[in-house]
Structures are given as C-alpha cells and as structure tokens.
Ligand binder design. Structure first.
Ligand code: ADP
Ligand code: MG
Ligand code: MG
Length: 206
C-alpha cells in the first residue's frame, strides 16, 4: 500500500537525525583504536539512504528499505557501510507481505544471517554484532507484545549490549590491530546500531 513509503521515511529520518546528533561521538569512539571515520561515514550513509528511499518507485516498506540499503552501502563506504547496507536491504526483503511483530522478527533473523555471512564476525569479537544479536533475540522474545513494544524492548537490550562492548577487545575489523587501546571504550558500530534502533523505537507506532 501507499503508506509503506511514508512509514519508511519516518523511520529512516529518525535514524538519520540521531546519527547526525552523535556524529562526533561515533568518530571519537572509532578514533580510539581505528581511523575515526565512523561518524562521518554513518552520516553520509544515512543521508543517502533517506534520499534514495524518498525517490524509490515502489510504495512498500520493502522497496524503500532495499533502496536505502543499496544507497547506504555506496555512500558510507568502509566495513560498516557494506554491513549496514545488507542489514537495511535484507530486513526490507523480509518484509514483503503483512508486517507483524513475528514477521518483523523473521525479517531481522534473515538480515542478521546475511550480515554474519558477509562480515564473519562472531559474538564477542567487539563488533556491531554484539549489539545486533541481543536485539534480534529480544525482538523475537517480545514479539507477543506487538511491533512497537517488542522493538522498544529490543532496542533497550541493544543499548545495554553496546555499552557492555567496552569490556571487550576487538578481534575483527580495523580496531583489531590496536585491540588493547580499545578496552574501556564501546565499539563504534555497536553504538551506532543502538542509537538507530532506539530512534526508530521512539517513532514506531506514534
Ligand atoms: P572502517 O573500519 O572501514 O573505517 P567504520 O569505521 O565505519 O568502517 O566501522 C567500524 C565498525 O564496523 C566497527 O566498530 C564494527 O562494529 C564494524 N565492523 C567492522 N568489521 C566488521 C565485521 N567483519 N563484522 C561485523 N562488524 C564489523
Ligand atoms: Mg573507521
Ligand atoms: Mg574507514
């Protein structure tokens, strides 16, 4: 239906705003043990994702998220660019048909599988996955509470998990080379993921 594109625009715009507001902090976290470009890349990616989703031909959430994911990957660059691109696009691909908390949880399952296939991270490697996996599990666990409530509960898990990555030492990505420096600081990708799902939770069902 025609509503899907508007909903996608609202969610993606909320995600873009929180990334813009936290660009400096994400850059600072990425500079602790890597190249400091995570804030800049995420801002570029989210702006391109919002623009592409607005221009898309189709009218469903699926069409919008597929376009957003492709644009995100092209514009953001870097490891996280391709990985977030897959997350957006594959979540969209899983959302053809009726959207319930259960179909949403299934779409996120599929997106996380594709994400892991691409990035090959394991839990505890101190990557985005350490916020994404608890989010995925909680979304399924709370699916009985409906889309908005389940999403917000899962987002809270992602925030806690992202903060807990400060205790980990990176085994994947650029930061793995200066791994010990990263101790005591949260992973930038896990932090941006928690910000995005929190912002989406705040506008869902409102
Ligand atoms: P780059 O490292 O290319 O500069 P970014 O700075 O934008 O890219 O993103 C860094 C983030 O990407 C890390 O904090 C981590 O969360 C995530 N990341 C890097 N490599 C992987 C991977 N193989 N699997 C999952 N996440 C990864
Ligand atoms: Mg970087
Ligand atoms: Mg880089």
């Amino acid at each position: 239906d025609g509503d899907g594109r508007e909903v996608a625009d609202r969610l993606l715009t909320a995600a873009m705003r929180t990334i813009e507001q936290n660009e400096a902090e994400l850059g600072r976290l990425d500079a602790v043990a890597a190249d400091g470009d995570h804030g800049l890349g995420m801002t570029r990616g989210m702006r391109a994702a919002v623009a592409a989703a607005r221009l898309v031909d189709g009218q469903s959430i699926a069409d919008s998220l597929l376009a957003a994911g492709t644009a995100f990957a092209d514009a953001a660059g870097g490891a996280s660019g391709a990985l977030y691109g897959v997350l957006f696009a594959e979540t969209g691909a899983g959302l053809r048909g009726e959207i319930t908390a259960h179909t949403l949880a299934g779409a996120v399952d599929g997106a996380v599988r594709a994400f892991v296939e691409l990035g090959k991270a394991r839990p505890g490697d101190k990557t985005m996955l350490d916020a994404i996996e608890p989010f995925r599990v909680a979304l399924r666990e709370h699916a009985g509470s409906g889309v908005a409530e389940a999403w917000r509960k899962a987002a809270q898990e992602a925030v806690v998990a992202a903060q807990a990555t400060a205790n980990l030492v990176p085994a994947k990505g650029r930061a793995a080379r200066l791994a010990q420096r990263s101790r005591g600081h949260a992973d930038p990708g896990a932090t941006s993921f928690a910000l995005i799902v929190t912002a989406i939770g705040e506008v869902l069902g409102r």
